[in-house]
Design a protein around this ligand. Structure first.
Ligand code: EPZ
Length: 429
């Protein structure tokens, strides 16, 4: 298994181009199952998670081509026919968003057998809302031996669905099924994350009828077939926020390009409050941090446009050396503070009580060996390592490879001393 070693203390100067969004790309890949025509996705990130899903789609009958195009990497997915409509445990286990093939498979073939994803390190993460939405659309769902068996022999029908709380995955899953359902589907209390808008844009390009993009009510009028086409994946807002925080942690001046500051406004507002310089630009932003300590600020996670849970660990790393106490409340996942004890190994002072962490800023962190526990937690350790004295070694970086493309290269181009120590290969996730 690879490790990443960071020698802290270098200020960062330079430019970081942001990749296409992982959490959009994988839903767009699932959307390719809805048509027998080729779907070409440009600005595609090359990540372990897109590889996992690619393998599953190939098992389901997709032809997959990955190549370099004028807009960076691109993937063409073409599924003339669905083979089997079965998503086995060994492939869904590797990446829980693989579960989102269920809706498209039912919509396209009228039946599917898809493994339940199981829990993960950040929380139990049930899929009850996904299943209720599919049932409301007319699917008969049975659970046996860890699998969902779904049938809709007469096809799916439009329905009114009110989500009891905001779920990104359930909103996307309902959209992926409703586009081919007969009649009108209305989704109330839908998630408003930019990735939902991206999925709506791609499906619309394929011929779907979706109104209300960017709002919490989506109205989808089913069509009988969807076609293919080309769609460019939106910028990864979590990668954007991660490098914004990295620049603030290390100090210096970094320009983030190929992205949008509006995607992470709630993070940028807090960074400004803490004393970081933020200048929006037409294709991103410039982050500046001079000498001197930042001020501690409090934060709580929320669905978009609130502060993203996927940026909570990185923000906690930033607060470890701020002046004063920062209270960080996690409201989306019940177990998302696994990075706190690892940050403490670097000298951070953090106490966790339930969904709340109190971070008392220290003068400086000291490098140590630490362990990545999930994707965003692992990058928070890299961020902390950028400002720690001496060397920090992050173990289990396969977590990081699931969602950050060429991280060492991107940080290294700005002067960070970050290197990968190669170990035995692993696809674990
Ligand atoms: C998506 O997960 C993202 N993953 C997550 O990013 C992100 O943290 C999360 O949205 C919140 O923004 C992908 O897009 C692949 P939810 P998702 O459904 O869709 C509960 C990363 O690091 N819930 O909005 O699974 C759930 O347990 C990942 O890139 C139910 O109870 O999140 C959670 O507490 C991690 N029943 C809350 O809702 C359900 O049926 C919100 O989850 C569905 C969800």
């Amino acid at each position: 298994m690879d490790k990443i070693a960071i020698i802290g203390g270098e200020r960062l100067f330079g430019e970081i181009p942001i990749s296409g969004a992982k959490n959009s790309a994988i839903k767009l890949m699932a959307a390719s199952l809805l048509t027998d025509q080729p779907l070409r996705l440009t600005n595609m990130p090359r990540l372990a998670d897109t590889r996992f899903l690619g393998r599953l789609l190939q098992r389901l009958g997709a032809e997959l081509i990955e190549r370099d195009g004028p807009d960076g990497s691109e993937t063409v997915l073409h599924t003339p026919e669905i083979l089997g409509a079965i998503a086995p445990y060994d492939l869904v286990r590797q990446m829980r968003a693989s579960f989102n093939v269920l809706g498209p498979l039912i919509a396209r073939t009228g039946h599917a057998k898809v493994s339940l994803p199981g829990g993960c390190t950040i929380g139990a993460r049930p899929v009850d809302l996904h299943l209720k939405a599919l049932e409301a659309l007319g699917a008969q769902i049975d659970l046996h031996e860890g699998y969902v068996f779904a049938q809709a022999p007469r096809g799916l029908r439009g329905a009114e669905i009110t989500f009891p709380f905001v779920s990104v995955g359930a909103t996307e899953h309902a959209m992926l099924a409703a586009v081919l359902a007969e009649g009108v589907t209305v989704l109330y209390n839908a998630a408003c994350e930019p990735e939902i808008g991206d999925l709506a844009d791609c499906l619309t390009m394929m011929g779907a009828k979706i109104e209300g993009k960017g709002t919490s009510t989506l109205v989808i009028t089913g069509v009988t077939r969807l076609g293919g086409g080309t769609h460019s994946v939106i910028a990864d807002r979590i990668e954007t926020g991660t490098y914004a925080v990295a620049a603030a942690m290390a100090g210096g001046e970094v320009r983030l390009t190929k992205t949008q500051s509006g995607f992470i406004q709630s993070l940028l507002d807090l960074m400004v409050k803490a004393g970081v310089g933020v200048e929006p630009t037409p294709d991103g932003m410039i982050i500046r941090r001079g000498e001197g300590r930042l001020e501690a600020v409090d934060v709580h996670t929320d669905p978009f446009p609130g502060f993203a849970t996927d940026l909570q660990a990185q923000f906690m790393a930033l607060m470890t050396t701020a002046r004063g106490e920062s209270v960080i409340r996690e409201t989306i996942f019940e177990n998302r503070f696994m990075h706190a004890p690892e940050l403490a190994r670097l000298g951070a002072e953090i106490s966790v009580h339930g969904g709340e962490a109190r971070v008392t800023g220290v003068d400086r962190l000291n490098g140590a060996e630490v362990m990545a526990t999930d994707l965003r937690a692992s990058v928070s350790l890299v961020i902390a390592g950028l400002a720690a004295k001496g060397e920090t070694v992050v173990n289990r970086v396969y977590h990081l490879d699931r969602g950050f493309e060429r991280l060492e290269e991107k940080l290294g181009a700005c002067g960070a001393q970050v290197r990968r120590i190669k170990g035995a290969a692993s696809d674990e996730g």
